[in-house]
Design a protein around this ligand. Structure first.
Ligand code: SF4
Length: 947
């Protein structure tokens, strides 16, 4: 029997050798693998010819797959060889991006440099993006002038930040776009030859093979471990747009490789179970738009913009081998030197960066080095974080693999997909994008409004799929902190995408954007910051403070001290804010103090605004989540401060804060001026790592939720400022890390507060919880230092609420803290008996007069959240993560586990701290008391709750 492919872990690899065959001399190399993730019998795979080039990068422990292998039986062992039509894929689950293959072909080191410093804001990039957008518009049949005008307008902020004028950019773009239009008019577009286009018929889907044109096609290859977004596909053939010029007849090699990579993935889609190499389109087109703009009198050569080339198996296999080299390099986060390929440094536009990076990081580079290496501890730091971030990247890639490894139902059960959607319509929007609508089943998932997702007709890999943005999710449960009750029922789901399709499924899009930005932040922090700035980061110097006498907050000593510390900090200050301690208010007061600078009392009395140059700071206000950023703005607004610019997407920013949001489209000078002149700029830390804010600098960065941020995630904001204030609570949710590498799981906040306790202030008065409710958390997590701010806070009870009488509650629920053991047993990640009991408990509180809106239920697993939600449609039920930052009068916690605590309930104790401290007046713990008692901390918790 012949097999389609063989796959296994490499356990041995021989030295490549040259042998004589009936066709002449050939290289070969024998690799021994153990199929089925090491559980199968050792099997020999022989690499022949050019595939032996990959043997140099394969290591034991890596996984390889061979498609269409030649098979033979030798002494009872099944053997396979890679030659002829076979294809070798190294580390198939690592999805190499096509643009990375292109960079690697130019020079492997360029691929590495792009990872470190990708947030560039240069004119060619901005112009290139506009030209690409116009290209898409033209393919969708839009008018050239309108397309240019709208796309230049859409890029207003980027253009303004570069100090350019809209007219000037429109002129440049027109030169390029006219090349595209000219080419399209040369009869390459279609109505005349009778082919239908996706652009002119919205009623029907076209497969890529039959569609005349398709712009921006998202491609994911299970077989070859590749992904990418082709600029356009015409009759199943790739068309790539390059805004540079090329006066040679042939496309540039790296451009050909890029287009060939898309051709390979298109071949895989067309082939089904057959050979992707055979089914791949045989022609690719490169469109060099600058060719149309060059002066024919000054330039000679082939000035036609469009250059076609033939795609054969040699080029296709070359793409796979290059992809393999990258995947192998990533296996142990290796750093390319540039010697791996035939790159010519003297022509390389990255030469300065390349030499500077190798000089600073003491790396070998073909180009040589400039400058002195950073100290050893910084090198070690860089290396360990670089490795950890790359481990995160691999975790993202494993998420891709789940797109085909898991069934749709498994994806849905893991909250990674919404399946079985029923398409109900599509509308073409102004600008050529599409709005796609479907009804959902009411299921929950991790997908949220504003997210980028993979929208598909049922299969995101082999079907028709588009990168789409979620505009509306009818079945989204409101966040615990939102006003309004409970979980909405299934309603319309709306997404927007570049192309139309039947919306039947949405999948979480495994984005590398975060990892890219973390690498950027690491690069900027270690390589671009001054040694003085880094001294405190690396513990070479104690942080310094100026004494500040002024009183900023007169009724809370710790809050006042926090503001004083921040105002007086030369390097950094740390504010530890346990739950309910007025952190947001303190932060807003701090920001005001910073922007006001050293005002005279009369200036302060008159409310006169201080100019940053007169001593007030320009402040970057940041947090891990959009929600926290908007809460901070609300607090600033409450304190009368409104000179704010909010940077973020429309769907990310809360409705009432939209008025501060920076418009990214419009007049370039106005857009950029608004950002550049703002004294307070607010954005999430992820946005701080993007190219817009990389153009800005600040006196002080104030970062909230710093305990939830990875160290490089924090650096994305702090490197934009001369000094910083971190605010957070390392006893609440830690940074979310996907990989097993521990390096990223300690926040910068936690590291600094441990190393420099004197640089921090803990806010120790809480305004949220009754005395009894806070007692356990205070003792376990805050050394008993957390206290109610006032007697009223300490003594608060449910009877204080209008119309509530605790005498109507059953006996066991009358105390402020209660423990209920309902029996029942865990079924997967649910406990239906516990869910029933929680519904009864909530009903009791409702009968006692507590409004549904004042009650929250927290469960450790989404499955149990769904189970309880079914019974309590009016009440907010959610996981701990979604409750962080909010509170309710009554909190009920479901623990699910019964019998034993084999798997951690809330992953770590910090999560239970968050859960317990959401309650103001009543807290009910529902779980198996015996199971909980097997754990020391939970045991103490049950004892406390039982009173
Ligand atoms: S300078 Fe040389 S080694 Fe460095 S990226 Fe360019 S070609 Fe590669």
């Amino acid at each position: 029997m012949t097999v389609d492919h063989v796959r296994g872990v490499v356990v041995d690899i021989e030295e490549p050798k040259t042998v004589n065959t009936q066709y002449g001399e050939s290289d070969l190399c024998e690799v021994t693998i153990r199929p089925d993730r090491r559980s199968g019998e050792p099997t020999t795979v022989t690499l022949w010819g050019k595939w032996t080039e990959n043997a140099e990068v394969i290591e034991t422990g890596m996984e390889i797959a061979v498609y269409n292998p030649d098979e033979r039986e030798y002494q009872g062992e099944q053997q396979y060889s890679v030659g002829g039509d076979a294809t070798l894929v190294v580390q198939p689950d690592f999805l190499v991006d096509v643009t990375d293959i292109r960079a690697w072909v130019q020079c492997p080191r360029m691929y590495y440099l792009r990872k470190l410093d990708g947030a560039d804001h240069a004119y060619p990039l901005v112009k290139g993006t506009v030209v690409h957008e116009v290209f898409g518009d033209l393919l969708r049949g839009r008018d050239l002038d309108t397309a240019i005008e709208e796309q230049v307008d859409a890029a207003g902020l980027d253009i303004g930040l570069l100090g350019r004028e809209a007219d000037e950019v429109a002129g440049d773009v027109r030169d390029h776009a006219s090349a595209i239009q000219g080419w399209l008019r040369q009869g390459t577009l279609t109505e005349t030859d009778g082919a239908a286009t996706a652009a002119d018929n919205s009623e029907r889907d076209f497969s890529p093979a039959e569609s005349e044109w398709r712009s921006e096609m998202t491609l994911i290859s299970e077989r070859f471990g590749m992904k990418g977004r082709a600029d356009a596909v015409r009759r199943g053939m790739p068309v790539e747009l390059k805004t540079g010029k090329n006066t040679k007849r042939e496309p540039r090699f790296q451009d050909k490789i890029q287009a060939t990579a898309y051709a390979l993935m298109l071949g895989e889609r067309a082939a089904g179970a057959g050979s992707a190499v055979e089914a791949a389109p045989d022609t690719g087109t490169l469109l060099y738009t600058k060719n149309a703009a060059v002066d024919r009198n000054e330039e000679s050569g082939d000035l036609s913009p469009a250059k076609e080339f033939s795609i054969g198996s040699g080029l296709l296999n070359y793409v796979v081998r290059t992809r393999n080299a990258i995947a192998a390099m990533e296996y142990d986060s290796g750093v390319p030197t540039g010697y791996e390929a035939n790159a010519k440094c003297e022509y390389c536009f990255e030469q300065d960066t390349c030499m500077a990076v190798s000089g600073r990081l003491d790396q070998e580079s073909k180009a040589g080095t400039v400058g002195r290496a950073v100290p050893d501890e910084e090198l070690d730091y860089f290396e360990s974080f670089y490795t950890a971030i790359e481990a995160e990247r691999r975790a993202v890639h494993r998420e891709y693999a789940k797109l085909w490894e898991q069934t749709p139902e498994e994806r849905a059960d893991n909250d990674r997909a919404l399946i079985d959607l029923e398409p109900i319509g599509r509308t073409e929007l102004d600008g050529g994008r599409w709005e796609l609508r479907a009804t959902g089943t009411g299921a929950v998932s991790k997908i949220r409004e504003g997210n980028l997702v993979l929208a598909s007709d049922g299969d995101p890999v082999t079907g028709n799929a588009e990168l789409a943005r979620v505009e509306r999710l009818g079945n989204e449960a409101p966040r615990a902190s939102d006003s309004g009750n409970g979980n909405a029922v299934a309603e319309e789901i709306v997404v927007t995408a570049d192309e139309p399709l039947d919306l039947r499924r949405l999948d979480v899009y495994p984005s590398e954007l975060t990892t890219d930005r973390l690498q950027n932040a690491l690069h900027d922090a270690v390589l671009l910051q001054s040694p003085e700035q880094k001294d405190v980061l690396f513990g070479r110097r104690e942080p310094e403070f100026n004494a500040v006498e002024e009183t900023f907050i007169d009724n809370n000593e710790a809050q006042n001290e926090a503001v004083q510390l921040a105002v007086g900090a030369e390097d950094f200050a740390l504010v530890h804010g346990p739950p309910g301690t007025g952190k947001t208010y303190t932060l807003a007061r701090m920001v005001r103090a910073l922007v006001e600078g050293s005002k005279t009392p009369s200036e302060r009395a008159s409310g006169e605004r201080s100019d940053p140059r007169d001593g007030g700071d320009r402040v970057l206000l940041s947090a891990f989540t959009n929600r926290a950023v908007d809460n901070l703005l609300e607090a600033l607004e409450d304190q009368g401060y409104t000179d704010i610019v909010r940077v973020g997407t429309e769907s990310g920013v809360r409705e009432d804060m939209q008025k501060y949001r920076l418009e990214t489209s419009g007049d370039p000078g106005e857009c950029a001026g608004r950002l550049q002149n703002a004294q307070v700029v607010a954005a999430t830390t992820a946005t701080c790592g993007g190219s817009t804010l990389q153009t800005q600098d600040f006196d002080t960065a104030v970062v909230d939720e710093a305990g939830q941020l990875t160290e490089p995630g924090t650096l994305a904001a702090t490197t934009l400022a001369d000094r910083f204030v971190l605010v957070g609570d390392h006893q609440q949710l830690p940074p979310v890390v996907q990989s097993e590498d521990e390096t990223l799981s300690t926040s910068l906040f936690e590291r600094l507060i441990d190393a420099h306790p004197d640089a921090g202030v803990m806010l120790d008065r809480q305004y949220r919880m009754a005395q009894h409710i806070q007692a356990f958390a205070s003792r376990e997590f805050y050394d008993g230092q957390l206290r109610p701010a006032t007697g009223e806070v300490a003594a608060q009870r449910l009877d204080d609420l209008d119309g509530v009488s605790t005498s109507r509650l059953p006996e066991g629920l009358r105390d402020r803290v209660a423990f209920v053991d309902p029996g029942g047993s865990q079924v997967g990640n649910t406990n239906p008996t516990e869910a029933d009991r929680i519904a009864e408990i909530v009903a009791s509180y409702r009968s006692a007069g507590v409004p549904a809106d004042d009650i929250g239920v927290i469960a450790p697993y989404r499955a149990q959240v769904a189970e309880i939600s079914k019974r309590l449609p009016d009440v907010t039920v959610d996981t701990v993560d979604r409750f962080q930052g909010s509170s309710k009068e009554v909190i009920v916690i479901s623990f699910v586990a019964t019998g034993t605590l084999d798997s951690p309930i809330f992953e770590d104790y910090r999560r239970i701290n968050v859960a317990l401290t959401r309650a103001k007046k009543a807290l009910v713990l529902v779980g198996d008391g015996d199971a909980l008692a097997t754990d020391e901390v939970y045991g103490r918790m049950v004892e406390w709750a039982r009173g």
